[in-house]
Design a protein around this ligand. Structure first.
Ligand code: NAD
Length: 334
């Protein structure tokens, strides 16, 4: 049993990770800047605190107490709609990782995990819809997503140098689009799978069989189910893999195909309106899983159809309750 701190525990991935760690019998400290009643999941057995981890003093308070490991999942982030319009806020997350690393060094925490992103990859390698999957070396020469991607790449390197210079074991994942229940599905920070589920459900509940799609719908992506994300995260944290590693599905679909799947789950066909001026990100992005398979003999394998079914059902229930109670949203409160 270890004593483990999770930053960003009130968020989507953090909430699931805390649940898994507790189930495995670890002692867990959980921190997020949101008030506790706004956390997506609250686990009674975790020591949960509201702290703003961009502040040095708050990081020191969070880290005190003899932790064996820190998972940093805290970041000001969201889907393309958020990161294209909030580049400064995204870059300010650099304070969170920097201050957490400094506190880890000061208090002798030996192992540290940082959640980076596929947004670090060179934009020139993501211009085609029929993309060649991105391997870890494709982050350089550097041309990451403006704002959010630059912060991720910088913080990756900060982890590297804390490892080399100060001996903290740092592990860095590059997540490719994670989705699942207990995450953001409205309010402007949601990502494509949750947004499309919400739009389909709302179209049905409002009796208006129309859906707005951002871009041409031909953009391609892969989407990883949350259970695979949590499993891969822990495998990486407990491994010898010192370099950043892709943790993502390689089941590539276009946004139009994603909508097809959600429509099939919902048993509906909607008229598609394409908003070509909405944020849409790069044309194509997929995860090359050669390295993760080599290291762990494993890769994220949940079929998109299966994961979306669970996600759809959860968002459906959330929206149904919200509707009954006269609220638009139950979740996305920042
Ligand atoms: P999320 O927004 O659901 O969770 C992030 C949490 O961090 C939020 O609860 C937020 O309140 C908290 N936070 C923000 N600023 C903070 C601060 N100053 N102090 C304390 N807490 C703060 O996002 P998520 O999807 O769970 O993502 C977790 C991590 O994984 C992030 O670093 C994100 O960039 C990375 N990531 C996620 C995805 C994805 O598809 N979800 C993809 C690539 C990378």
């Amino acid at each position: 049993m270890k004593k483990i701190l999770v930053g960003g525990a009130g968020g989507f991935i953090g909430g699931h990770l805390v649940g898994a760690l507790l189930q495995q019998g670890h002692q867990v400290g959980a921190v997020d800047k949101k008030p506790l009643d706004h956390w997506y999941q609250r686990h009674a057995d975790a020591d949960s605190k509201t702290l703003d981890l961009s502040l040095k003093e708050a990081c020191e308070e969070a880290v005190r107490g003899g932790y064996d490991e820190i998972y940093n999942l805290a970041a000001d982030m969201g889907g393309m709609g958020f990161i294209e319009n909030n580049k400064a806020l995204c870059m300010l997350s650099v304070l969170i990782n920097t201050h957490l690393l400094m506190a880890a060094k000061k208090h002798g925490v030996p192992r540290f995990f940082y959640s980076s992103s596929a947004c670090v990859y060179n934009g020139d390698k993501q211009r085609d819809f029929n993309i060649t999957a991105l391997k870890e070396a494709d982050a350089y020469p550097a041309l990451p997503e403006d704002g959010y991607g630059w912060e991720k790449l910088f913080s990756e390197r900060m982890c590297r140098h804390f490892r080399e210079d100060f001996g903290i074991v740092t592990r860095v994942s590059r997540y490719h689009n994670v989705y699942g229940p207990h995450g953001t599905y409205d309010g402007g920070r949601e990502k494509a799978p949750a947004a499309i589920c919400r739009k389909v459900i709302t179209a049905i509940q409002n009796g208006q069989p129309v859906i707005e799609i951002w871009g041409s719908g031909e953009q391609t992506r892969s989407f990883m189910y949350i259970d695979d994300c949590v499993k891969g995260t822990q495998m990486l944290m407990n491994s010898d893999c010192a370099e950043p590693l892709n943790i993502g599905s390689n089941e590539l679909v276009s946004i139009n195909q994603l909508v097809d799947i959600v429509e099939e789950i919902a048993g509906v066909k909607l008229q598609r309106n394409y908003n070509l001026s909405a944020p849409k990100g790069v044309n194509g992005r997929n995860s090359d899983n050669t390295l993760i398979k080599q290291i762990f003999n494993w890769e994220p394998g949940t079929k998109l159809r299966d994961g979306l079914e669970k996600t759809y059902r959860w968002i459906y229930d959330e929206l149904t309750v919200a509707r009954k109670e006269g609220r638009v949203s139950t979740v996305n409160r920042y």
